[in-house]
Design a protein around this ligand. Structure first.
Ligand code: GYE
Length: 331
């Protein structure tokens, strides 16, 4: 407040300011509704991808615990890796007039219609973990998650360094994540870009194992049958790599020695395989997004500005680093 203003003017300014805040607050609770709880708590509708991996389990735990800790009423839906289930869940959340919707889109495309429905209902949407390819960025408030291209690139760069002395071709097989998902698309892209630095490095087979252990095992069996010489496996997550270990051992090969194995995530089982010498390198992807997500939920509910993109902090692990990090690993 400036002291040279005449007092009546000061009062008028204050009154206007109060009115404006009051209107904004009303507008906000009108638009978001007071949630279905009616207890003054923020209601968050969250549509999770599924329960396909160790990463996902840790992510779900993080979200549930953080919601409880933040006093947010969480309506949790598991879409079992199906986009149609997620669309249904989001429509339910809209009908229930939740305050905020958050979801981790199983695939990148096909969200515009339902996101418009949420926007028309004035319910803010937060993307977490995976993003969408919608051109209209006003359909969601922010995207909290990893840089998957970077993860793929870090994996590829490590391999380039390892194989820099290779005289002949290095045959790589790739286990992709869920077809059409952001992490599968982006990790593939980042890895391919990095290994282009050495023409000896060749991807000889690449197929989806749907981010699951069973998928990883089954596709690796096919790879091993069809390709007598496999030097490297790049799996888009730990679980597929862990599934592949069984196929590799069953084929009489030694994982981590006969076949160099690179994965993404760094969940406990993956880190154990790395410390045991069965994996060779992991690019980390953190599932512990719950606390940051709840913070964003509160902010968008209050009508506060939030950054359009919030990137997760991550690192990479060699076998030695995994041995050191394992005892303190939370997931
Ligand atoms: O890497 C994988 C999970 O979207 C980052 O999904 C996530 C991925 C994660 O199934 O294990």
């Amino acid at each position: 407040m400036r002291t040279y203003l005449p007092s009546r003017k000061v009062i008028a300014v204050l009154a206007a300011a109060l009115l404006a805040t009051g209107t904004a607050a009303c507008g906000n609770s009108d638009t978001g509704g007071s949630g279905s709880g009616g207890d003054g708590k923020i209601t968050l509708g969250f549509s999770q991808v599924g329960a396909e991996s160790g990463w996902r389990t840790a992510n779900t735990t993080s979200i549930k615990e953080a919601a409880t800790g933040a006093g947010i009423d969480l309506k949790f839906d598991d879409a079992q890796q199906k986009q149609e289930n997620q669309i249904k869940a989001i429509r339910n959340f809209i009908q229930q007039k939740v305050d905020v919707i958050a979801f981790s889109p199983v695939v990148e495309s096909g969200w515009d219609t339902v996101l418009k429905e949420a926007k028309d209902a004035k319910i803010p949407v937060i993307l977490t973990d995976r993003s969408v390819d919608s051109a209209d960025k006003s359909l969601y408030k922010t995207f909290l998650g990893s840089d998957f291209v970077k993860e793929g690139r870090l994996a590829g760069e490590w391999l380039v360094e390892q194989k820099k002395a290779a005289a002949g071709p290095v045959n790589i097989v790739e286990l992709q994540g869920t077809t059409g998902s952001a992490p599968a698309n982006d990790r593939k892209k980042g890895f391919a870009e990095a290994i282009a630095a050495n023409p000896n490095l060749k991807i000889i087979a690449s197929q989806s194992g749907d981010f699951t252990r069973a998928g990883g095992k089954q596709v690796m069996e096919q790879f091993l049958k069809a390709n007598p010489k496999i030097d490297v496996l790049f799996a888009h997550n730990d679980d597929m790599g862990l599934g592949a270990l069984e196929a590799i051992t069953a084929a009489g090969k030694v994982p981590g020695k006969d076949i160099t194995i690179i994965t993404v995530d760094a969940v406990k089982d993956g880190m154990q395989a790395l410390a045991d010498g069965k994996f060779n390198f992991i690019a980390e992807c953190s599932p512990l997004l719950g606390p940051q997500l709840m913070d964003l939920v509160k902010k968008v509910h209050n009508g506060e500005e939030v950054p359009a993109r919030i990137e997760t902090q991550e690192t990479t692990f060699t076998q030695e680093q995994a041995k050191e990090a394992l005892p303190n690993r939370k997931y």
